[in-house]
Write a protein that binds this ligand. Structure first.
Ligand code: KG4
Ligand code: ZN
Length: 341
């Protein structure tokens, strides 16, 4: 396709990733993860992740260029995630990207990682319709966004008041004895269980909270309710029906996410819902969204898993959008922002 050639670099959490896009064509996509090193700690250890980025940066970027049959001189611009994410991790990727831009004399864009999750869907589904809603869900974020123009006009419609959906799954998984990250185990076991076995609250949907936070999420109460139920069973010496626990948790989380996302589409008159982030691999969520989308006549766009999890293509694609919209590149001293809104 036509359009600028962009090298995208990602280092917000445990993935060191780089990709090259030309227009809306993905030319290469390389990901190195340090997750194996974090698994035994039950969570991502920032210091370990930062060291892994420092080791992987040059090999990953070199491979992304080589896989695209390119040299840095063939690139029109570099894009890098400037936030949100772990500060030490961002510092490695942003410093590396700035050094490359400086030495090669290329413009650089410091981009918002969460908006990158929205932009990447263009590689699979083509252009974003003018008024789009996006649900971005992972271990770190749960956001509902209104995207009128991906380069210039993205508003937060709702977000989680406490835990992210993936984080909630990972915490319950730990309680059930699954390895980290436990989200995929909850998914698999939940497929065989009874989703009505436990009464799990539907966070922020009822009463005053529902009215005050129509598009916000809260998963900490959901996690606590499941944990209490499991602990009570254990205290009584009863065994825990793991499949039913997983099914009930997954049902609550998937229902609330899909209901609020579809309600927001109706409220803001959007006929397209973009879905992204590692949690969009969840089968209960995919099913709930597909069904709700069909009923409401909304086109639900969930990309293939490799584009849902953190990657360089999402960064490159958003950089391409910014460049093509005529947005000025970042100055070489732009800051990282671990809490970027
Ligand atoms: O986007 P991601 O790879 O990393 C960030 O958190 O940014 O998302 C990982 C999260 C973890 O919490 C993981 O447990 C969850 O997504 N996850 C899932 C599934 N696959 C990954 N949660 C539920 N069901 C899945 N199939
Ligand atoms: Zn992410």
């Amino acid at each position: 396709g036509d359009g600028p050639v962009i090298l995208g670099i990602e280092s917000t959490c445990d993935e060191t990733a780089a990709a090259v896009v030309r227009g809306k064509q993905l030319l290469s996509n390389v990901v190195a993860s340090s997750m194996d090193e974090h698994a035994r700690y039950g969570g991502v250890i920032p210091e370990i992740a930062s060291r892994a980025h420092a080791e992987s940066f040059v090999p990953v970027v070199s491979k992304a260029l080589a896989d695209a049959n390119m040299d840095i001189s063939d690139v029109d611009a570099i894009a890098v995630s400037a936030g949100p994410g772990l500060a030490g991790c961002l510092a490695v990727g942003v410093s590396g990207a700035k050094s490359l831009a400086w030495s090669a004399g290329k413009p650089i864009y410091g981009i918002n990682h969460v908006i990158g999750h929205v932009g990447v869907t263009q590689l699979q589904f083509g252009d974003l319709p003018e008024d789009t809603l996006a649900l971005i869900v992972s271990g770190g974020h749960t956001s509902l966004l209104r995207v009128r123009n991906i380069a210039t006009d993205v508003q937060v419609v709702g977000s989680t008041l406490d835990d992210a959906a993936g984080e909630c799954f990972d915490k319950v998984a730990r309680l059930l004895g699954f390895p980290y990250p436990g989200g995929p185990y909850i998914d698999r076991h939940g497929q065989q269980g009874d989703p009505t076995a436990l009464k799990v609250p539907m966070g922020l949907t009822q009463g005053r909270a529902g009215a005050e936070h129509p598009y916000d999420f809260s998963f900490s109460g959901v996690k606590t309710a499941v944990a209490r139920w499991v602990e009570a069973r254990r205290a009584q010496g009863l065994d825990v029906p793991v499949d039913d626990v997983c099914a009930s948790l997954a049902h609550s989380v998937a229902t609330v996410l899909s209901r609020k996302a579809i309600d927001a589409c109706k409220r803001f008159d959007s006929h397209t819902l973009i879905v992204g982030g590692g949690f969009s691999a969840n089968s209960q969520l995919r099913e709930a969204l597909a069904q709700a989308g069909r009923t409401a006549g909304i086109d639900v766009r969930i990309p293939r898993i490799a584009l849902c999890t953190d990657n360089g293509a999402m960064v490159a694609m958003l950089g391409s959008n910014l460049m093509q919209a005529g947005v000025a590149p970042s100055a070489l001293d732009f800051p990282i922002d671990s809490a970027m809104p």
